[in-house]
Design a protein around this ligand. Structure first.
Ligand code: HEM
Length: 374
């Protein structure tokens, strides 16, 4: 059987992917000169994520990449009490009941259309449909009331452009990249700021204001949600549907299928940390300033091919959403979106009729995945 997931990874990262997989064979923790200390084992990865000596705001951390474009206070580049305080304030905005309502409202019309197209026997490009839907959801989160189709697509493409600036090796963005990213994120910030000014507490931005967040914080948070919460979800759903098709899986438990497809695909294949104090990771000694690369993909793939019925040990559970203080705050939103779309699509027992892998992207995915109802 063709391993389509491997093809997606190779199309996106022809050089880095074989290297990443090779490292998995060299042990649980491997120091790679010029790159950092690579973690390939789930239990060790979890220990690093739970340990405050490994931070997201030092040299070689994600903060290096994103602070110049998002500002200093956007969760993913924060640590300590300030991080905790902001997380606490934002958490209610991602409560399962709240996001379920938001997703249902935004996706009602596009899902009805998708359902009808599949029922008619149309050939549907699930990648295109999913970009539109994930774009629309994030537009609503950052403050657009009604989201026209063209706007959702445009914003999705903008986000993809910014995310594609990051490679598995990059330590920072160039001045030109920062300028382009700022321009895109300013447009997001303006949408967010307008919603903030309106202060409607049924919107995420309005609630941020009510919770006492400043306009600058709300702008930054909107940029962070936009960058982290669009492509991750949009790229995952076609990969999930393709995996189920390729493995001939009979889906009896949708959540188990989603969970194991997450494990196999790992939409965010690595997580970065900067070492703040001398420490050990497995048998490797690390020093302040060292970079730790958690190869989430290697950690997760160690547990074999896609199989939603297999039991998985606790150390690997949801590792693809992180662990500890930075665990994905958007997890309930991501799941609500994925469940909503997957349940409509899978009800048609879709067949994949044609597909193309995407190139030049950070998150491996299909450029197109054409499906029909069977
Ligand atoms: C399939 C979908 C998604 C995946 C696989 C995913 C994965 C992750 C991972 C692995 C982290 C932790 C990174 C680390 O510790 O270095 C994270 C953090 C984060 N995610 Fe997600 N994510 C997804 C969807 C979303 C959505 C929909 C949003 C929301 C709008 C979102 C917003 C965030 C934010 C703001 C953080 C930073 C949290 C913090 O540092 O406290 N994510 N995500």
């Amino acid at each position: 059987m063709i391993d389509h997931e491997r093809r997606l990874y190779l199309a996106a990262h022809p050089v880095a992917y074989p290297l990443l997989r090779l490292l998995a064979r060299l042990g649980p923790v491997v120091r790679v000169p010029g790159l950092g200390v690579v973690v390939n084992d789930a239990a060790t990865a979890r220990a690093v994520l739970m340990d405050e000596r490994f931070r997201k705001d030092g040299p070689g951390s994600p903060g290096d990449l994103w602070t110049p474009v998002l500002g200093p206070s956007v969760l993913l580049n924060m640590e300590g009490p300030a991080h905790l305080a902001l997380r606490r304030k934002l958490a209610p905005l991602f409560a399962p009941a709240y996001v379920a309502g938001l997703v249902e409202d935004v996706l009602r019309a596009p899902l009805k259309e998708l359902d009808e197209r599949l029922a008619r026997g149309d050939r549907v490009d699930l990648v295109d449909a999913m970009r539109l839907m994930a774009g629309a959801v994030i537009c609503r989160v950052i403050g657009l009331g009604e989201v026209p189709e063209a706007r959702a697509r445009e914003l999705f493409a903008d986000g993809e452009r910014v995310v594609a600036m990051v490679s598995l090796r990059s330590r920072g963005l160039s001045p030109r990249q920062i300028a382009v990213a700022r321009e895109v994120l300013d447009r997001i910030g303006d949408i967010a700021a307008a919603a903030y000014a309106e202060g409607d507490e049924t919107t995420v931005m309005g609630r941020m204001r009510a919770l006492g967040l400043s306009e600058a914080e709300a702008r930054g948070a909107a940029g962070a949600f936009f960058l982290t919460g669009t492509e991750t979800v949009a790229t995952f759903v076609p990969r999930l549907v393709a995996l189920i098709h390729d493995h001939g899986t009979r889906v009896t438990d949708l959540d188990a299928a989603i969970e194991d497809a997450m494990r196999v695909t790992t939409p965010t294949p690595v997580m970065l940390r900067s070492v703040a104090e001398p420490a050990r990771i497995g048998r490797a000694r690390v020093r302040p300033g060292d970079r730790v690369i958690i190869a989430t993909h290697n950690c997760a793939r160690a547990y074999g091919p896609f199989d939603p019925d297999a039991a998985r040990p606790p150390e690997v559970r949801r590792l693809w959403f992180g662990a500890g203080p930075h665990f994905c705050i958007g997890y309930p939103l991501a799941l609500a979106e994925i469940r909503a779309v997957a349940s409509v699509v899978l009800a048609h027992r879709p067949r994949v009729v044609a597909r193309r892998a995407a190139r030049g992207v950070l998150i491996p995915t299909y450029r197109n995945l054409w499906i029909t109802a069977s």
